[in-house]
Design a protein around this ligand. Structure first.
Ligand SMILES: Cc1cc2nc3c(=O)[nH]c(=O)nc-3n(C[C@H](O)[C@H](O)[C@H](O)COP(=O)(O)O)c2cc1C
Length: 445
């Protein structure tokens, strides 16, 4: 039997599945109530964490207009996940809450202060999804002419993270003395300047906040390129990944663990969670029909193409959806700006390494589900597949998301009240929390 694994949930502060028969938030989740309900449901099901993704621009990469992004609601609108993470933590007692903050747009001092405050508010349940941004439009909102090349982005991110870590350490655990005899709140000899001297972030410190329960909130990262994986292996406590099938998942996990060793770390200090999007039904036929309905939604293709166009800067909407994807090198024209990431991972290559002749439309349907495994069926059947994959990959767990990025309470119930109880009965996922912090949840097994 596979050893127990961790469960996370991947979502965003944006419109729910507002035009579906089971629309929950009706397209307006902006008061946070839909997401605090989600947090409570995830805690009832003993999830380790919820992760809120983010993007910081309304990009016009698809078709040279913002129309597609706004029409589909993919990547925009997005409200700020950090205050939402505080609400979600306040609505729960155990669930970890991970928020996304881009190293390109947030200065390290404000990242450290925000993370420290969130970690204190949540009693040690905060995590940081470290992203370097993927979009020229995001860079322009940071005052840059364009997104820096990948190596420069990750070099900047490394300096950024080092400064954040130093700032989080700037208050010793015993700095707050509250000595009534001397009327001293904090001992100034235990609060240290940072004096970072790097070229991008010469920050003096110390931080203004007292040390938070975890000291350093959980660092999460999802680099897919070799540079991104090396960065994740060096810095992250939790690595998030998408791969196409168990063999590719194993390759990613083994590679990240190898890179962690190269960076002088114990690979068992890292957890790798794979993104999956189960499609559940009371019968396999029902689940297949639900998937077919989602794939046939009038905006499904547009959503996926808009998303990948924004990631890569390549206008995929200009391509013929019924023709195979041109070679990625040709599409990206030698740029290190973005990667075709999951889209290419889902273009099954043949024995000679050539991309499959799958039309872009089909490729987008495969990659658009965001799932590392093809999980369609009853809760028992999907649990079988997760169990088998965890055994084969040696995996640490799964990050559950919705197929085609559209979230409804109906879907949350299917997972938390259908799939998770089966996994719990098999002893594969937790049935109670024992640790007090997010870091503690992940260290438990
Ligand atoms: C599960 C997952 C979550 C991600 N969340 C975000 C996000 O919230 N914001 C963002 O800008 N990028 C996000 N990314 C993109 C990654 O940070 C990264 O840029 C991408 O995987 C490409 O890897 P590379 O940077 O090594 O090229 C996410 C990727 C994955 C797989």
């Amino acid at each position: 039997m596979a050893r127990p694994f961790h469960l996370g949930w991947f979502t965003y502060f944006g419109p729910d599945e507002w035009d579906a028969p089971f629309a929950s938030a009706g397209g307006s989740p902006w008061d946070g109530a839909f997401h605090t309900d989600l947090a409570r449901a995830l805690e009832r099901a003993c999830f380790d964490l919820v992760l809120l993704e983010d993007s910081l621009a309304v990009s016009a990469e698809a078709g040279g207009t913002r129309e597609l992004l706004l029409r589909t609601g993919v990547r925009a609108p997005r409200h700020d996940p950090a205050p939402l993470s505080a609400l979600m933590a306040a609505a729960t007692q155990h669930l970890g809450v991970v928020t996304t903050l881009s190293t390109l747009l947030y200065p390290p001092f404000l990242v450290a202060r925000l993370l420290s405050t969130l970690d204190s508010l949540s009693g040690g349940r905060t995590g940081w999804n470290i992203v370097t941004s993927t979009d020229d439009a995001e860079a322009r909102n940071a005052g840059l002419p364009a997104l820096p090349e990948r190596d420069e982005r990750y070099a900047g991110a490394q300096e950024h993270v080092d400064v954040v870590s130093a700032l989080l350490d700037s208050w010793d655990p015993d700095a707050v003395v509250m000595d009534r005899t001397t009327h001293t709140y904090a001992d100034h000899t235990r609060v240290h300047a940072v004096h970072a001297t790097g070229p991008r972030y010469p920050v003096a410190g110390p931080l203004t906040t007292v040390r938070s329960p975890q000291g350093r909130p959980l660092y999460c990262q999802a680099g897919g390129s070799p540079t991104g994986r090396a960065f994740a292996a060096r810095n992250a406590d939790l690595v998030l990944a998408v791969a196409n099938g168990p063999a590719a998942m194993k390759e990613v996990r083994d590679d990240v663990r190898r890179r962690a060793v190269d960076a002088g770390r114990d690979p068992d200090d890292l957890r790798v969670l794979f993104l999956v999007a189960p499609v559940l039904g009371e019968t396999e036929g029902e689940a297949r029909a639900a998937l077919a309905r989602s794939a046939a939604h009038p905006t499904a293709l547009a959503t996926t193409l808009a998303k990948f166009s924004a990631y890569t800067g390549v206008d995929l909407t200009a391509l013929d959806p019924d023709a195979p994807l041109p070679p990625p090198e040709q599409l990206l024209a030698g740029s290190a700006r973005g990667s075709l990431g999951t889209l290419v991972k889902f273009a099954q290559v043949d024995a000679e390494g050539r991309p499959s002749p799958k039309p872009l439309r089909e490729l987008a349907a495969d990659a658009g589900t965001n799932s590392s495994l093809d999980l369609v069926g009853t809760p028992e059947h999907v649990a079988d597949q997760l169990e088998a994959a965890a055994e084969q990959v040696g995996g640490d767990g799964f990050l559950i998301t919705t197929p085609f990025h559209r979230l409804s309470r109906h879907y949350v119930v299917q997972v938390t009240e259908g799939l998770v109880p089966v996994l719990q009965r098999r002893g594969l996922v937790r049935t109670r929390y024992t640790a007090g912090t997010l870091r503690g949840h992940l260290a438990e097994f």
